[in-house]
Design a protein around this ligand. Structure first.
Ligand code: TIU
Length: 234
């Protein structure tokens, strides 16, 4: 058990039952010229999460723990896109239309893919989700059950939309969630702050909020301890 500094109190990480869940770090949300920017959003607010996520992902992989990536998007025939989601916002460009990086939020298109810095490697699950929550209409619950996972370290974008929805869904299904504030981002600074406060308020009503450096330090020190023990035994 690794004790991670977090709010409202320490998160006790059971590494044998934990997975890293990286939400929707897709080109369309993060890159200039993508769907997010077309909606009028300031993508620099999200881009500050890339480097902390990259460092965390490297440490998590080094520890040999499971990683799950998600992507928000729809099949090319849009059969899994509710008409209400398509027309919401009354924007000029809609899901399924041609955008700067292919058809917007359509699976297989460049903009739908995960950014290069966090690209999945062999053995990591990629969950394609049509909704904001990662459990709705996906195989995520079964994947976690198969892996024996009961704790999720959650990162990605956006804090108040897909991250919050997923954490609420996970909480109702009995998973414990640690959300890393430097690794989640919102286009709106006030939603970033409130999205995190909503999770950790009332004694951690949906989960815990921490920072990646504390988790990385704990993973590294436990790996060092293991190495020292092995050397002693060897
Ligand atoms: N992944 C995710 O959060 N999807 C969104 O549409 N977020 C917005 O903030 N728009």
């Amino acid at each position: 058990m690794l004790s991670i500094h977090a709010e409202p109190y320490e998160f006790e990480l059971a590494t044998e039952h934990a997975a890293l869940l990286i939400i929707d770090m897709q080109r369309d949300f993060l890159e200039p010229g993508g769907f997010g920017e077309m909606l009028g959003n300031d993508v620099s607010q999200l881009r500050r999460t890339v480097e902390p996520n990259r460092r965390l992902l490297a440490a998590w992989r080094e520890a040999g723990l499971p990683v799950i990536h998600t992507r928000e998007g729809h099949s090319p025939d849009l059969s899994d896109l509710h008409p209400t989601k398509k027309i919401r916002g009354r924007g000029a460009a809609r899901i399924g239309d041609e955008g700067p990086m292919g058809r917007i939020l359509v699976r297989g298109e460049a903009g739908h893919d995960i950014i290069a810095q966090l690209y999945p490697i062999k053995g990591e699950a990629v969950i394609d989700k049509p909704g904001k929550g990662a459990f709705y209409a996906t195989e995520l619950d079964n994947v976690l059950l198969r892996l024996g996972v009961s704790q999720l370290v959650v990162t990605g974008v956006t804090t108040e939309v897909c991250v919050n929805t997923t954490v609420r869904e996970a909480n109702d299904r009995g998973y414990e969630c640690l959300v890393l504030e430097d690794c989640v981002g919102s286009y709106f600074p006030e939603f970033q702050a409130m999205g995190l406060r909503m999770i950790k308020a009332q004694g951690g009503i949906f989960g815990w909020v921490g920072r990646s450096e504390h988790l990385i330090a704990a993973l590294r020190s436990s790996a060092e301890e293991r190495l020292i023990k092995e050397r002693r035994l060897g």
